[in-house]
Design a protein around this ligand. Structure first.
Ligand SMILES: Nc1nc2c(ncn2[C@@H]2O[C@H](COP(=O)(O)OP(=O)(O)O)[C@@H](O)[C@H]2O)c(=O)[nH]1
Ligand SMILES: [Mg+2]
Length: 372
């Protein structure tokens, strides 16, 4: 099956294609063309042993009661891969094994730092494209990756357990801040009230704190209903979106060109600027959501002068806005494309990269990272 056939199968929700795609993503491949942005992504984090897998299992049951399809990405510490965690999670969620509305993927961390987030994001994208309504991301509960992984969810649930001593003190501040909902799990154990007051002292009524006994399924319905009602953060996993930012036009003389664009054509205000580094004078004209960028060489050493000498005045480049410049560039390079520079910061603080015309079909392509 070639990648586009695979993507088509994923979009149909084919389980074997989904499983195959998960393996590819875990091997570091990206799958362009996955449509997405529909799934509700729920992050579940908290220290090891807090009951994240048990809670996830109970949440799956609750979500299924509503008839929604749910997928899980569970990240496990690799140190326990041979024995505990991975097997434990599987057994814990096994009762959903036969349910075709449920897909569970356990992923080992392999101890690698910084590699977790892209893979997790890739898996979420696959499940999203395959039509799962809810995607639960269960994090491993340790390390720096934790915060980044949690951040790719619309809402982040932090599980804490009573009777652990200075529980709140031990939790990294970063996680406390990104949590949208606090769950006091194992509230069948002593100390649940005390923990409640400790959390409340941190969040001052700004975030919900709920109690649960995940192992008994207690409090899960309330939790799910609370989760659905929470404001959702910007979806980090949304499908890439492309938009023409501007068309760069190399002209002999900006004032003369403006005579046409502003005068005869009647376009509005032009923002004038001189970019010494590139040896160009620039005039930007707004055209709906996009812009026309007129470029005039300052002297004959300018790339614009060379361009005009070689090709004559005309379209010099097309600039496209993308959300995740790093991911897009990585894909281009992997597919054998020729990128002209490392992502760098240009005018207006925008990060950009140029792609060689030989790669794009004849036009210089500028990719600009969209400001979020
Ligand atoms: N008493 C009690 N035990 C629980 C509860 N939820 C989970 N556990 C137990 O806590 C242990 C760790 O659970 P697990 O879900 O693997 O935690 P994780 O490491 O955060 O994924 C297991 O033995 C669970 O059975 C709860 O609400 N009450
Ligand atoms: Mg677990």
């Amino acid at each position: 099956m070639n990648p586009s056939e695979l993507v088509a199968k994923i979009l149909e929700g084919d389980r074997r294609a989904v499983a195959r795609a998960c393996s590819l993503v875990e091997a570091g491949q990206s799958l362009p063309g996955l449509d997405g942005g529909h799934a509700f992504v729920v992050g579940v984090t908290g220290p090891p042993g807090a009951g994240k897998s048990t809670f996830t299992d109970a949440l799956i049951a609750e979500v299924r009661r509503e008839g929604l399809k749910v997928a899980v990405v569970a990240v496990d510490p690799s140190s326990m891969k041979t024995g505990g965690a991975l097997l434990g999670d599987r057994i814990r969620m096994q009762r959903h094994h036969e349910d075709t509305g449920v897909f569970i993927r356990s992923m080992a961390t392999r101890g690698a730092m910084g590699g977790l987030a892209p893979t997790t994001r890739g898996l979420v994208k696959v499940f999203d494209a395959a039509g799962f309504d809810v995607v639960i991301v269960e994090t491993v509960g340790v390390g720096q990756d934790e915060i980044e992984v949690a951040r790719m969810a619309h809402v982040v649930t932090l599980l804490l357990v009573p009777g652990q001593g200075d529980e709140i003190q031990a939790i990294k501040a970063g996680i406390m801040e990104i949590a949208d909902l606090f769950v006091i799990n194992k509230s069948d154990l002593a100390g649940a009230e005390k923990l409640y007051r400790e959390i409340e002292a941190e969040v001052h009524g700004e975030k919900p704190i709920l109690k649960a006994v995940a192992s008994a399924g207690t409090g899960i319905a309330e939790l799910w209903s609370c989760l659905k009602g929470l404001p959702r953060r910007e979806a980090v996993v949304e499908a890439e979106r492309f938009a023409i930012d501007h068309l760069g036009v190399a002209v002999q003389n900006i004032d003369e060109a403006l005579g046409f664009y502003q005068g005869a054509l009647g376009m509005g205000h032009a923002t004038r600027e001189t970019v010494e580094g590139e040896k160009v004078h620039v005039a930007m004209l707004q055209a709906g959501e996009s812009r026309i960028e007129l470029l005039e060489a300052m002297d004959e050493t300018s790339t614009i002068a060379k361009f005009i000498a070689k090709r004559g005045p005309g379209i010099h480049h097309v600039a496209m806005r993308v959300r995740d410049l790093g991911a897009v560039v990585e894909r281009i390079v992997r597919e054998g494309g020729r990128v002209l520079n490392e992502p760098k910061i240009g005018a207006g603080g925008h990060k950009y990269v140029f792609v060689h015309p030989a790669t794009t079909g004849g036009v210089l392509l500028e990719l600009i990272e969209e400001h979020s």
